[in-house]
Design a protein around this ligand. Sequence first.
Ligand code: DC
Length: 230
Amino acid sequence: MPKDIIIAIDGHSGFGKSSTAKSVAHALNYTYIDSGAMYRAVTLYLIRQQLDVSDIEAVKAALDQITISFTIKDGVGPPLYETYVNGENVEREIRGMAISDKVSEVSAIPQVRKAMVSQQRNMSANKRVVMDGRDIGTNVFPNAELKVFMTADLHERAYRRQKELKERGVSTALSDIVENLAERDQFDSTRRENPLVKAEDAVEIDTTNLKFNEQVAQVVALAQKAMQTS
Ligand code: DC
């Protein structure tokens, strides 16, 4: 009997990490949780409230007002995941550059991280979860049965992110995406709270020269092995 496991997928922004995680979850009949979407949702809420993010008391009060949820729509191919804040579908808005420009700053706030990590753990109480992010293998699930650390060359990532945005109907200059990704890499990897680092026991996959299906297949194979041996 294969064991139920938690699959933690961490890595930089913008090379299809989330799409990979979604397809892996679909292939295994597991639930996918997009932890980045949760930080984006908080960022959107704080921006809308015109809140000064350095005012920690105000941020803490705001966190109590935010309920984040996901819906899953089945169709052809991997299901469509959409993010909701207090019942409103914010999926499109949280992917825009206004949020991307601010989300690293918001996700570095310790109180924000604490609140999100607690929700992420609650959402995964029954295992059978694929969660992607920056600190999943190092902080959210240090005992995850499978940890994967995915990377890709910066320009390749920017190109893939541009394509993904275009598919969502958002057109953005490649140079803006390169700049945003490079800034976020730097910020996410050097912040004090749970920086993006590879967990010691994570399997690293460089996807620069891999096709999408190949990167999915590699993770699925690792997961199937972990289900037998964990
Ligand atoms: O995966 P993404 O690009 O949607 O993530 C948005 C931001 O959220 C990213 O710049 C860093 C932050 N993040 C984080 O700090 N921890 C996570 N587990 C996931 C995302």
